[in-house]
Design a protein around this ligand. Structure first.
Ligand code: FEO
Ligand code: CA
Ligand code: CA
Ligand code: CA
Length: 669
C-alpha cells in the first residue's frame, strides 16, 4: 500500500469444509483456532445448588439457579472499559426446552399429550426458559469460565414479573386477574434473537410465545393472527394443578379462555402481555440494587413473533432507531423511530449502578412504529403504524382495524400485524436477525426460508380462506414472489440489505446481499460453491473493525435437504463490499463479494448455530450451539475437550462456544 493508504480488510483463514451428520460429533474451526465449551445448560449460577450431572433429576430450584436451556441470542456488557475484553456480564437467551433431555433420568416428561402435568415438572420447565445473566472472565491462559460468586448472576424465567411499558401499559387490552390495572406481565418466553441499546441494556424478544397458551373460546383477531392454540398448549402447562390462589395462579394463566364476567376475573388477556421486545438492565439485579427484575416490556416496538431488535446508526442529535422482524412466513419487517434525539451523555457507563431503564423509557416509549414496503424497483418506504395513518382502503388505520377511536395507539400495537397488512407492507420470507454497519448505517437482515412462497401470478391467500386486505386476524397462508423474495418455495433463504438517506428516514433503497443455495441448485443466484454454500441464514452480526470496515457474520438454522453433504449448521464470514444501493440494483450481486464469503465454523450434529459477538479486542468470538443431538462430551471430561464428543451417547446440552486464535490474535483477519 502507498503511504497513508489503508489496507482493505480481508479474511485471513481458509474456508473449512461443510460437514454432514456422520463422522466426529464436534465443532470444526479453521486451522490455528481453538474452541472451548462454556456454560452449558445447568451450569450453576450461585452456590445454592450443586453441579449438573448426567443423572441429575432437575428440580425447579436447581433450574432457577442455573443456566437455562437452549441458548440463543446473547450479548456482552463490560464492567469497565479497561477490562471489557477479559471479563463481562453476558446476557443469554434460553429460547425453549428439549423435554427429552430435561427429563432424561426420569424418562419424562409426565403426561405430555394427555392428562395433567405434575406441578413441579411444569415449574422446572418454566424456569428453564427465559434469560440468563452470568459473569464470564478469562484467565492468563485464555481459558474462559463463569463466576459462581458474581452478585450480577440472575435468571429471568417464564414466571418473573415484568412490567409493561409504552402504549399498552395500563390499557384495557392487558387487564388480567393478576394485573387488574394492566401494568404487569409474568415472565418472558421463547427469547430468540438478541440486540442491545447504546445505553448498556440488553434487548431480548418474545418469538414463539403463542404456543404456551391455549384459548378455546372468546378468541380475538390477534389471538387468531398470532396463532394461540385452541387445544392443548405446547407443553400443557395450563393443566398443572396446585395453584392455591387463582389470582396469582402459576398455571391457570396459560389458559386464556374467558371463565368469568370480566377480564379482571380471568386470563383472557394474558397472551396480550407477550409478544414484545423486552429491555433488561444486566447490571440492575445485584443485591445492592435489589432483586426485583430490572426489565420492561417495550410495547412500542410492536407485538408479534419478534425475532429480536437491533439499533440503527447512532448520531448525536438524531432519533434512535431500532429494526425488528416478525419470524413467520409472509410476515413483515419493522422499524421504531424515537421522538427523543440521541444525547451521547446517555451512553453506557460500564459497571455503574444507575437507572438505565429510565434512559430506555426516554428513547423507546415515545416515537413511531413503521412497517416496510419493498418495491420491485429497489426502492422502499416505511409506512407509519399510527391510528390516523391512511390505510389501503382509504380509511384511517384505527377505523380500518375496528378500534374505538383515533387515540387508541395501544389497539394498533396489540394488532400490529393486521395494522401492517392494512398499510400495504411487503410479506417477507421469514425475517430473522438484523445487523447494522454503524458507519454506513446499512441494515442487513436474514430472510431464512419460506415454504409458503408461491410463483408469480398466484393470488395471496389468507389462512381463513379470505383473499383480501379485509381478512383481519388471518396471516397470509401463501403469498406470491415479490422483489426481495423472488424464489418460490424458498428453501435456502437470503440476506437483504437496505440503506436509508438519513437516520429516521421514511424511504430506503434495498438489494439482496446474498442468496443461500447449494452449489448445484438451478437458482444458485449468488454462485456459491462447496466452500460457502449455505441454507436458512438466521443469526447475523456486523462486526465493526473500524475505518468503515467490518465483517458480516452469518449463522444458519438449516433443514435444507439439497445441501446434501453439508447439512450441519455453520458460521460464515464475509467482508461486505461497499457498493451503491439504489433502484435498479435489485438482486445485483458482485461475484467478488462472494469470494469473500467463507465458512468459519461448523457445529455438531443436529444443532443450530445461533447468537454471536466478539470481545472488543476481537480476540474471542462467542457463538451458541442450540439443540445439539448428542453433544457436548460428558462433564467428566475436561470442559476444554468437550468440543469433541468421543464419549458415546450423552444427555445433550446447549452451550456457548468460545473460539480464539492459538496465537492470541484477532479473529478472522
Ligand atoms: Fe427462534 Fe426465528 O428463530
Ligand atoms: Ca433458535
Ligand atoms: Ca432464529
Ligand atoms: Ca430459524
Amino acid at each position: 500500500n502507498a503511504p497513508g493508504e489503508k489496507s482493505p480488510l480481508s479474511l485471513a483463514f481458509d474456508s473449512i469444509m461443510g460437514r454432514t451428520g456422520d463422522g466426529a460429533d464436534r465443532i470444526f474451526v479453521p486451522e490455528g483456532y481453538s474452541a472451548q465449551v462454556l456454560i452449558p445448560w445447568g451450569t450453576p449460577l450461585n452456590n445454592s445448588v450443586g453441579q449438573w450431572n448426567a443423572d441429575l433429576a432437575v428440580t425447579p430450584e436447581f433450574q432457577a439457579n442455573s443456566v437455562g436451556m437452549h441458548h440463543d441470542g446473547m450479548y456482552h456488557f463490560p464492567l469497565s472499559e479497561e477490562s471489557a475484553s477479559r471479563e463481562f456480564l453476558m446476557a443469554l437467551n434460553n429460547e425453549y426446552i428439549d423435554q427429552s433431555a430435561l427429563w432424561a433420568p426420569q424418562d419424562g416428561p409426565t403426561n405430555p399429550s394427555s392428562g395433567n402435568r405434575p406441578a413441579n415438572e411444569v415449574r422446572t420447565e418454566i424456569n428453564a426458559h427465559g434469560v440468563t445473566i452470568v459473569k464470564l472472565s478469562k484467565n492468563s491462559e485464555n481459558v474462559w469460565s463463569s463466576d459462581t460468586a458474581s452478585p450480577y448472576n440472575f435468571r429471568y424465567t417464564s414466571a418473573t414479573p415484568i412490567e409493561l411499558s409504552g402504549p399498552v401499559r395500563g390499557s384495557d387490552y392487558v387487564i388480567t386477574a393478576y394485573s387488574p390495572n394492566g401494568t404487569l406481565s409474568r415472565g418472558t418466553n421463547n427469547n430468540c434473537g438478541s440486540g442491545y441499546t447504546p445505553w448498556g441494556t440488553y434487548l431480548t424478544c418474545e418469538e414463539n410465545w403463542p404456543n404456551v397458551f391455549t384459548k378455546a373460546s372468546g378468541r380475538t383477531i390477534d389471538d387468531d393472527r398470532l396463532g394461540i392454540p385452541d387445544g392443548r398448549s405446547r407443553y400443557a402447562w395450563e393443566t398443572a394443578a396446585g395453584a392455591v390462589d387463582e389470582v396469582n395462579s402459576e398455571f391457570a394463566r396459560f389458559n386464556a379462555t374467558p371463565s368469568a364476567a370480566s377480564a379482571s376475573g380471568d386470563y383472557r388477556n394474558e397472551p396480550r402481555t407477550f409478544g414484545y421486545i423486552v429491555e433488561i438492565d444486566p447490571y440492575g439485579n445485584t443485591s445492592s440494587v435489589g432483586t426485583e427484575a430490572a426489565a420492561l416490556k417495550r410495547s412500542y416496538l410492536g407485538r408479534f413473533r419478534h425475532e429480536g431488535a437491533w439499533p440503527g446508526k447512532l448520531v448525536a442529535g438524531q432519533p434512535v432507531v431500532f429494526y425488528s422482524g416478525h419470524d413467520s412466513r409472509n410476515e413483515y419487517i419493522y422499524k421504531f423511530v424515537s421522538d427523543a434525539n440521541w444525547d451521547p451523555s446517555d451512553a453506557n457507563r460500564p459497571g455503574e449502578n444507575y437507572d438505565r431503564l429510565a434512559i430506555g423509557s426516554k428513547y423507546m416509549d415515545e416515537g413511531t412504529l413503521y412497517v416496510a414496503r419493498f418495491d420491485a424497483d429497489g426502492s422502499g418506504e416505511w409506512l407509519p403504524l399510527t391510528p390516523t395513518a391512511t390505510a389501503r382502503n382509504g380509511q384511517p388505520l384505527w377505523q380500518a382495524l375496528g378500534l374505538a377511536n383515533a387515540q387508541d395507539v395501544a389497539g394498533v400495537i396489540i394488532n400490529t400485524c393486521d395494522a401492517a397488512d392494512l398499510m400495504g407492507s411487503t410479506p417477507m420470507d421469514r425475517p430473522e436477525w438484523g445487523a447494522v454497519d454503524p458507519a454506513s448505517g446499512d441494515v442487513y437482515m436474514t430472510l431464512t426460508n419460506n415454504s409458503d412462497r408461491t410463483a408469480e401470478g398466484t393470488a395471496a391467500t389468507y389462512a381463513n380462506g379470505a383473499g383480501s386486505v379485509e381478512a383481519l386476524g388471518a396471516a397470509f397462508d401463501t403469498a406470491p414472489v415479490n422483489g426481495p423474495n423472488p424464489r418460490p418455495d424458498n428453501g435456502a433463504g437470503q440476506v437483504i440489505r437496505w440503506r436509508e438517506p438519513s437516520v429516521g428516514a421514511t424511504t430506503f433503497n434495498w438489494e439482496i446481499f446474498v442468496f443461500g443455495a447449494a452449489e448445484g441448485d438451478a437458482d444458485n443466484i449468488s454462485g456459491l460453491t462447496e466452500l460457502n454454500q449455505f441454507a436458512s441464514p438466521d443469526g447475523l452480526w456486523y462486526d465493526d473493525r473500524g475505518d468503515g470496515e467490518g465483517i458480516l457474520w452469518i449463522e444458519t438454522d438449516n433443514g435444507y435437504d439439497p445441501v446434501g453433504d453439508y447439512t450441519n449448521d455453520q458460521v460464515l464470514a464475509v467482508v461486505p463490499a461497499s457498493v451503491s444501493i439504489g433502484p435498479g440494483d435489485v438482486a445485483v450481486i458482485d461475484p467478488s463479494d462472494q469470494a469473500q464469503l467463507k465458512r468459519f465454523a461448523v457445529g455438531p450434529n443436529g444443532c443450530e448455530v445461533t447468537g454471536i459477538f466478539a470481545t472488543p479486542d476481537k480476540t474471542a468470538l462467542f457463538i451458541n450451539i442450540q439443540h445439539p443431538g448428542n453433544w457436548p462430551a460428558d462433564p467428566g471430561q475436561n470442559v476444554q475437550d468437550a468440543t469433541i464428543n468421543t464419549n458415546g451417547t450423552v444427555r445433550p446440552r446447549a452451550a456457548t462456544v468460545v473460539i480464539q486464535k492459538l496465537d492470541g490474535g484477532k479473529i478472522a483477519v
